[in-house]
Design a binder for this molecule. Sequence first.
Ligand SMILES: NC(=O)c1ccc[n+]([C@@H]2O[C@H](COP(=O)([O-])OP(=O)(O)OC[C@H]3O[C@@H](n4cnc5c(N)ncnc54)[C@H](OP(=O)(O)O)[C@@H]3O)[C@@H](O)[C@H]2O)c1
Length: 406
Amino acid sequence: MRYSLSFHGFFSVYLGPSRHHFTVYTRTLHVSGLSAYLLIKAAPSLRLRPLEREASTTNRAPDITATIARQDTHTYTCGIRAAGMSSGVALTVPMPGKPYPTVGLGTFTIFAKTGGADEVCNAVKFAISEGYRHVDCALVYDNEKAVGDGIKAKIDDGTITRNDVYLTTKLWDTHHNPDHVEGALRKSLRSLQTDYVDLFLVHWPFAFKDGDDPFPKDADGNIIFADHDYVDTWKAMEKLVGAGLAKAIGISNFNKKQIERVLEVATIKPANIQIESHPYFLNDRLVTFCKQHGMTATAYAPLANPSRTWKSPDEPIIFDEQVLKDISAAKGKSIAQVVLRFHLQRGLVVIPKSITPARIKENLQLYDFDLSESEMQQIAGLDRNLRFFKEGMAASHKYYGFHDEF
Ligand SMILES: NC(=O)c1ccc[n+]([C@@H]2O[C@H](COP(=O)([O-])OP(=O)(O)OC[C@H]3O[C@@H](n4cnc5c(N)ncnc54)[C@H](OP(=O)(O)O)[C@@H]3O)[C@@H](O)[C@H]2O)c1
């Protein structure tokens, strides 16, 4: 079996653990065999052309993060993994279970209950068609069923297998009781229509009253807290790995001290932390601390979520920043791409959310350009320690983490 791949942009090719042969020409790559496992650098536009008619549609790789275009009437999920390197930016980073794609689709605020189920499902399907292999969701986003539907549709149409996609969900604050953690994940798995998640995160360090109401309130409208210690919750999280329900486990929105407490008791250390990070709030000290402890760090709200419902008019948006406009013009890339690339070069994973096809596509095209050291510094200069996700309703909880500096 031979394929011809041609694409625009410079590239280099690595052959993974495979018995297959390949030949590299200037702009065309010939691959022999099924399941060729390739790492490709900077392949913004990839074209796959069968050289023999019996090209198989069952030819799959464990991890596809590049856009694989279709030609003629054939649709191919070929054995290509665009996990190459561009200036030290890998398309995946190692994690327990399987490699973690450095760009994923965020899904927050595409709530199913507000009529967004189709939007979520369509965004996931489109993203997978465009080459995304990483989706981030959470129980509290009320979109696990829609995310699961989207993934299932792409499995059913042969684009991917379950193993091809990196799926993250999160334990909500009302399920911190260690006796409830496994049940909560099992419920999420039913919605997601899968036997396991690749990454399961403790969404916040504090707990709300046990139960199915995600925001239990007293007569005055205040959230009813629970005082489950996140360290005990973590011990219950560890059991999920042994049970095969989560390939990796991690945390989100924990501060340094809280991470240290988890590390003290952990037999399985958190593999990942998901935290707010964008040009106005780099969160660099926490990122550095987490990396020192062997955790991958994922930036949420990487574009400083310009459409968050609680945004006040005086708060800045990245799309108005002159420095970003200038770099964008110089690079021939959008402001969103510049900012996402900035995070990648900081060594972060990004999970930009979009339901807009053109943006979903654009947000994955980050591997074919570099930001210079000077450009990186100019973007970092926008930092104002401006946190947008404060979760103020929990500010008086003893485990609220954002009173500390980091
Ligand atoms: N762990 C946590 O506590 C936590 C908290 C917040 C978020 N998250 C995760 O992180 C993900 C990302 O964060 P986020 O959704 O808050 O913010 P974000 O990704 O920074 O921003 C999303 C907003 O940016 C717009 N956008 C996306 N791509 C764009 C582009 N190329 N050009 C212009 N606008 C663009 C989207 O619009 P359209 O959709 O209309 O295109 C959407 O309004 C979430 O979806 C969620 O999965 C986790």
